[in-house]
Design a protein. Structure first.
Length: 328
């Protein structure tokens, strides 16, 4: 890669429960190089930090000229965390870190500015800077996968709230009598429309009807073991014309329409961006989702708000991390 392409690069790091991905990202949001290393999540704090620095060191070793042009390191880490101080507080799937000053430790190690935020906030910023949110000042971003995470960009900046804990849109309840979410509340959109929720509904529907009642592709994909059903199988069955799978996805569209109608009435963003694995399943239903917003919005100009798929896919964590330090 030439010097011009790498000018003013940043390193984006995506920390998960099992892996650390690191990438070299230029000022246009292009990921020029990437690497991946295992995450030691159950060891001590030092072992967790070594997983992160190991990925960064590998990236720099594989791209020896990068160190001359990198001006910052941005890290997506699971919350709860404090984005103001860069302290990771107590993430359930990263037991190695409790009140751990991740940003300071990384900054000290490399002599570079370091920023830390959660993946949805960071991904929202990446979409705003380089992706589907370009040209808008106020962006609502949702990542719909195993759970649902959201990020809010207001006037070009991540909205963090008073303590940095704002933007937990996945835990907005649309049914106080609904299923209990992992957060403890009832009827959160995460408990109703995430990949986990889609799979649960599929299992429940199949278990409730006699096997001959409907020749479902889901039964075939799962080998008859309903516990093996996941949201990806629901998408595959739907693509094969399975009526039960289509029913489940249309139910999900309705639930998301209720939720997004609340978002429109509360925030009236300029664009709504949907990413994550479940978003890929629902892309053919985006127009149906837009149509259903009419029943769930007070705002009569809801149709002027674009509803679009995210630009960044599996690399949203790397791009998001990089976005935290872009231009700083």
């Amino acid at each position: 890669m030439d010097q011009a392409a790498k000018k003013d690069a940043v390193i984006g790091v995506d920390v998960g429960g099992t892996k650390v991905a690191a990438g070299l990202v230029n000022v246009h949001g292009e990921i020029l190089a990437r690497t991946r290393r295992p995450m030691v999540a159950d060891g001590d704090a030092a072992a967790g930090l070594n997983s992160v620095t190991g990925a960064i060191d590998a990236l720099l070793a594989e791209n020896p000229d990068a160190r001359k042009t990198v001006h910052g390191i941005g890290i997506c880490a699971p919350g709860p965390l404090d984005p103001h101080s860069g302290v990771v507080i107590n993430p359930p799937n990263l037991k190695c870190w409790r009140n751990f000053p991740l940003a300071d430790e990384v900054s000290r190690r490399y002599g570079l500015a370091a920023k830390v935020d959660n993946d949805a906030n960071a991904a929202a910023l990446a979409e705003f800077l380089w992706g589907a949110g370009q040209g808008f000042k106020n962006v609502f971003y949702a990542c719909i996968g195993t759970g649902i995470g959201t990020g809010i960009i207001l006037d070009g900046r991540i909205y963090l709230g008073r303590t940095g804990a704002a933007g937990e849109g996945g835990h907005v309840s649309i049914d106080y009598r609904g299923p209990r979410c992992g957060c403890g509340k009832r009827g959160c959109i995460e408990a109703l429309a995430s990949g986990t929720a889609i799979a649960r509904r599929a299992r429940e529907k199949l278990a409730a009807e006699p096997e001959p009642a409907r020749d479902s592709a889901l039964r075939q994909l799962s080998g008859g073991n309903l516990e093996m059903i996941n949201s990806e199988m629901v998408g595959q069955a739907n693509a094969a014309g399975d009526t039960l799978a289509a029913e489940i996805l249309l139910e999900t569209v309705e639930l998301l329409a209720v939720w997004l109608g609340n978002i429109v009435d509360l925030l009236e963003p300029e664009v709504m961006i949907i990413g994550g694995g479940v978003a890929a399943l629902l892309t053919p239903y985006f127009q149906e989702l837009r149509n259903r917003l009419a029943r769930h919005c007070v705002n009569s100009r809801y149709a002027e708000i674009p509803l679009v798929p995210a630009y960044y896919g599996a690399d949203s964590g790397i791009a998001g991390g990089a976005a935290l330090c872009a231009g700083r």
